[in-house]
Design a protein around this ligand. Sequence first.
Ligand code: NAP
Length: 292
Amino acid sequence: MSKILITGATGLLGGLVIDFLLQKGIEANEISALARSEEKAKTLKNVNINIKVGDYNDYDSLVAAFKGTEKLLFISGEDLTARLSQHENVVKASKESGVKHVVYTSFQRRNETETSPLGVLAQSHLLTEKWLKESGLNHTILKNNLYMDYIPSFIGDRVLETGTIYLPAGKRKISAGLRTEYAEATANILISEGHENKVYDFTNIEAYSYGDMAKSISEITGKTIQYISPSINEFTQALTHAGVPTESIGVLSGFSVAQEQGDLDVTSTDLKNLLGRNPTTLKTFLKTVYSS
Ligand code: NAP
């Protein structure tokens, strides 16, 4: 019987978790991967991972796929409009199929009210956490801060040309971590005991403002980079004028304003403890991105 089932296994985080499980000595035949089709799971099948075809929108497919699973890594879906019903399906199917323990990738926040600039993203995570708690299932909630991997796209591709980081995040900080380190810590949870009904903050041990990042990039590149924090209206107008799609403006402003309100400035040693070492700092990451 395969013990661990990974949903979102064809995605970046899920794929990394499977790599870490294999590296840490878990046999491929003890790992199952949920995929929306056999075709999408070809690479995983080639390394002898058990493939279970299922879709978050199809409840029966989930019940069938989850049968025999001890630990389920439930990776949140990416479709914000469908996510609520999808997540309800996953929690209910876990219960019906007798999963012993669900590890869920949630999100980092301070503000859990409707006033949060990340409200649209937050609602399905908050409800999923509630459903898991009410289900009676053993569960572990991972409150994932922003993947540090996305910070360069927030800073903008042309930062070295323009010499400017332009985001409405004020002076407040973000405690982002690398996706690969979230994946490694998640794999460590899946292969060890004692994580039932716990909540972990997946954050870095230090946080940075965009002002700090401008300073770091200036030091790394020898070019002066300034940070400008416009009002949200100025920001929206400037990006609309530059032809940036509305959806991208929404993501950039949502995260920036949340940061400006201190929502993402949570530092914790949970990730460090689960990794058994300090997480990669944003300063080190920026060096790898901007030093070439
Ligand atoms: P990703 O590469 O986009 O992977 C998403 C995974 O979810 C894929 O395997 C995808 O399957 C699967 N999926 C989507 N809809 C599904 C459905 N209806 N049924 C079954 N599987 C479905 O994302 P990631 O980078 O691994 O991140 C994992 C999750 O973290 C995302 O889905 C999102 O909820 C969240 N996230 C967090 C951050 C952060 O900064 N913390 C940033 C972005 C996203 P297919 O291969 O079939 O599409």
